[in-house]
Ligand binder design. Sequence first.
Ligand SMILES: *[C@@H]1O[C@H](CO)[C@@H](O)[C@H](O)[C@H]1NC(C)=O
Ligand SMILES: *[C@@H]1O[C@H](CO)[C@@H](O)[C@H](O)[C@H]1NC(C)=O
Ligand SMILES: *[C@@H]1O[C@H](CO)[C@@H](O)[C@H](O)[C@H]1NC(C)=O
Ligand SMILES: *[C@@H]1O[C@H](CO)[C@@H](O)[C@H](O)[C@H]1NC(C)=O
Length: 437
Amino acid sequence: MAISYNDLLLFCSLVLFITPSLAQTSFRPKALLLPVTKDASTLQYVTQINQRTPLVPVKLTLDLGGQFLWVDCDQGYVSSSYKPVRCRSAQCNLARSKSCVQSCFSPPRPGCNNDTCAHLPDNTITNTGTSGELATDIVSIQSTDGKNLGRVVSVPNLAFACAATFLLEGLASGVKGMAGLGRTRISLPSQISAAFSFDRKFAICLSSSSRVNGVVLFGDGPYFFLPRDIDFSKSLFYTPLILNPVSTAGAFFEGEPSAEYFIGVKSIKINGNTVPLNTSLLSIDKEGFGGTKISTVNPYTVLHTSIYNALARAFIKEVANIPRVTPVAPFGAYFNSTFVGSTRVGPAVPQIDLVLQSNTVIWRIFGANSMVQVRDDVLCLGFVDGGVNPRTSIVIGGHQLEDNLLQFDLATSRLGFSSSLLFHQTTCANFNFTSNA
Ligand SMILES: *[C@@H]1O[C@H](CO)[C@@H](O)[C@H](O)[C@H]1NC(C)=O
Ligand SMILES: *[C@@H]1O[C@H](CO)[C@@H](O)[C@H](O)[C@H]1NC(C)=O
Ligand SMILES: *[C@@H]1O[C@H](CO)[C@@H](O)[C@H](O)[C@H]1NC(C)=O
Ligand SMILES: *[C@@H]1O[C@H](CO)[C@@H](O)[C@H](O)[C@H]1NC(C)=O
């Protein structure tokens, strides 16, 4: 539920200048890169940054629509370069915080300082939010030219929120926070672009395997995946990103828009046949309900019950020749995979098309992204029923994003998407991690 701290805490006065932290290095990277691993037991996408002085590796659950980086400051946060963000400072304003903690009644430490700007970090896996001090610290990240790894560069004052240890509940083992890539001024992509004067773009490419890394690339292309000598940033389809005017975070300041990435799905087709849907569920209403968003914290696409039922019915009708197997939660439609052929883009099943701004702009979902192999001879339709009153009608989840390159352009509010890289005989796990620095 939404918590408004407006009444409890003082407002920060507006400061009308913005000073993004400048990188302390003469080397000008083209782009930065974070490796991403799929955690086999939680299906979360986990990345790692090096933060603090001395630097320590910090594992984080990736949250595409997350507002900013947050980490546990209560346990084991030791750093000589930790700086709380002061109330009414430029960074407090950039974070659009509406709260200021005058006094913290215990000895000063990371997460507890007087006169600090506070924000509302949230765990989007469990939908829990809290209040925590905003701070900055040094972060060092690998650079890339889009083909190989380059030198490590650092951002001396990267802003993040401190959270209490309890907020880690539900996150993958060893994880100490979440890496928010959302559409705010203090999300990781925004801060990194500001620090290195990159175009305000970033890309994600999630691996379907928990043994091989996918990547997040900050900055513009090129983006290369072996063995192809092709810059995949040049062959994307584009659709506008839509702003949901109402925050979808677990806790937020009143009046804030959502930090998540919404796109305009107009209809769904299976094998070219339109699935009958209540199309009013596909637009965002004034309370912020409805629409379609992209999420890395949902392992599978979650659909409003009526959309789920219509999709499953239409899909089953198209594959009437494949023997079905008794369903087991969380999926509804199971098939005997002995009867399903295989293709370069996964099991040979009808393609599911998300039709976007026009009939010619389609996010096509092939078998590798629509089906989940649950046992040797059992395949199921990898979509989940989200109930009759979900906040968002279609949440495109991790399984449907894997091996698809997605580029988010924050300046033009546009999503670039590749459809399945398998079609191009490569995968998101094929970035060449060899260093050429
Ligand atoms: C904050 O100020 C109060 C009152 O001056 C003081 O008692 C407290 O120790 C200070 N706390 C920190 C974390 O500096
Ligand atoms: C379609 O969805 C809207 C929004 O949830 C709802 O108000 C309306 O009753 C639905 N229409 C039908 C025919 O189910
Ligand atoms: C799938 O079909 C094969 C061949 O008919 C059969 O041997 C197997 O038991 C079936 N598997 C399931 C889970 O029904
Ligand atoms: C990976 O990059 C290195 C450095 O540029 C290069 O020598 C190597 O051949 C590349 N690997 C493959 C499989 O192309």
